[in-house]
Design a protein around this ligand. Structure first.
Ligand code: AMP
Ligand code: MG
Length: 399
């Protein structure tokens, strides 16, 4: 049976290189940019005032009132040069006039007739944001491979970049399987439960930068699975199938995938929960047969599917993001496989601590809902006191 890290390497080795497309950058927060974007001009484009006050010559004498020769609001262009004994009234964001090299803020100045006195002489360059201090024309300001954070969206706007090559978001088909399942809109009859995996996997896909397409519920028959999985495979970069991958009589997914031309690369991983995971490919399409148990499906998503989606979306580091943090409460568990337990991060005296949550065993999705991390416990006797540093996988909940 494969170890988690080897299974993930196997998945990532099958990710085809991501495809960029020139598109509008508006609203694409989280996307990865595929080419360098350079500044079209210096920023700031002129020496500009960082305060409301007076633009002065720092070498002036400041022993008598300075004569105010002009008023320069933001957006205006100064027309007068500042000579000895002179200054200009200036406002934040306005260009520094020729001759001046510093700003005295208005709190440090007093108007006297048509002049102004300052409390003390300014330093050269005081309250002046120098032309090009943030960026120079031609300089790469958003390098290829950057994630479009909200600040990056602002930087792109600042350099006039409306369109850029962005990696396409992977399209993800989602299929829930099981004769016991009904859609969320229906009242379950005897022996039935609602499909939780479909909506959960769609939500997870969206947090990972993928575009989910829900193919609903397939019954546990070869014909039903062949139809639904065939349609799911036809369109997507990634297919997520929940349920039907274990070894039971009604676990027909592996056989039907084989019939549909999917090559299985592994089936079963040494982990708990999530052991029955199946991974295969057909052409460039990645196919994950996730365990039907919703908690198992979520853990497999975090450990294998999210990294695959990130790689497909052009992220240089597919993750998962991990950290080692002190426990906020003791844990005691004995397992034959590495075990992943829901946990929450808490601010601690220094850095963060990780608190294991009650519940979150395989069938208990409710216990998983508040989690923003998975505690990783090794196989064997894992008994740790509060304060022991433990590895965690950080989950991105988009909150
Ligand atoms: P399976 O992997 O198909 O054997 O399913 C394992 C367990 O997960 C069973 O108790 C199923 O009823 C449950 N399960 C499977 N699929 C779903 C789903 N989409 N929503 C909620 N529970 C499910
Ligand atoms: Mg089933």
């Amino acid at each position: 049976m494969l170890e988690v890290a080897d299974a993930r390497a196997e998945v990532l080795a099958r990710v085809r290189p991501p495809v960029p497309l020139v598109q509008s950058v508006a609203g694409m927060t989280g996307a990865v940019i595929a080419a360098d974007v350079a500044a079209d001009r210096d920023s700031p484009p002129f020496d500009k005032s960082l305060r409301d006050g007076y633009a002065v010559r720092s070498t002036d004498r400041f022993d008598a009132p300075l004569r105010v020769v002009e008023e320069i609001p933001a957006g205006a262009v100064p027309v007068k040069a500042i000579g000895a004994g002179e200054c200009a009234r200036i406002f934040t964001g306005a260009p520094i006039p020729a001759g001046a090299d510093a700003v005295v803020m208005q709190e440090d100045a007093t108007a006297v007739g048509d002049g102004v006195t300052t409390r003390h002489a300014p330093r050269p360059g005081q309250w002046v944001y120098r032309r090009g201090a943030e960026m120079r024309a031609g300089e790469v300001v958003v390098p290829a491979g950057s994630v479009l954070t909200p600040a990056a969206a602002g930087v792109l706007a600042g350099v006039g970049c409306v369109e850029a090559p962005l990696y396409l978001a992977p399209e993800v088909s989602i299929v829930a399987t099981g004769d016991e399942l009904v859609d969320v809109c229906r009242t379950p009859g005897p022996g039935q439960i609602r499909n939780t995996n479909g909506p959960m996997l769609a939500a997870l896909t969206a947090t990972a930068g993928g575009v989910p397409f829900d193919h609903g519920i397939a019954r546990d028959t070869r014909d039903a699975l062949r139809d639904t999985l065939g349609a799911a495979l036809a369109e997507a970069n990634v297919v997520l199938i929940a349920g039907g991958v274990s070894a039971g009589k009604f676990d027909l997914v592996p056989g039907v995938l084989e019939e549909l031309g999917v090559t299985a690369h592994f089936h079963k991983v040494r982990m708990k929960p999530g052991k029955p995971l199946l991974f295969g490919t057909r052409g460039d399409t990645l196919v994950f047969g996730l365990p039907g148990n919703p908690v198992s499906a979520l853990v497999c998503f975090e450990l294998f599917v999210r990294p695959a989606l990130r790689a497909l979306a052009g992220h240089a580091d597919p993750g998962p993001r991990t950290a080692t943090l002190p426990l906020a409460a003791p844990v005691a568990e004995v397992n034959d496989r590495p075990t992943y337990r829901p946990a929450v991060l808490e601010p601690a005296a220094v850095s963060w601590a990780v608190r294991p949550l009650e519940g979150g065993s395989a069938p208990d999705l409710r216990g998983m809902a508040p989690a923003d991390a998975l505690l990783v416990l090794p196989a064997g006797d894992a008994r740790y006191d509060t304060g022991t540093p433990v590895p965690v996988v950080l989950m991105d909940r988009k909150n």
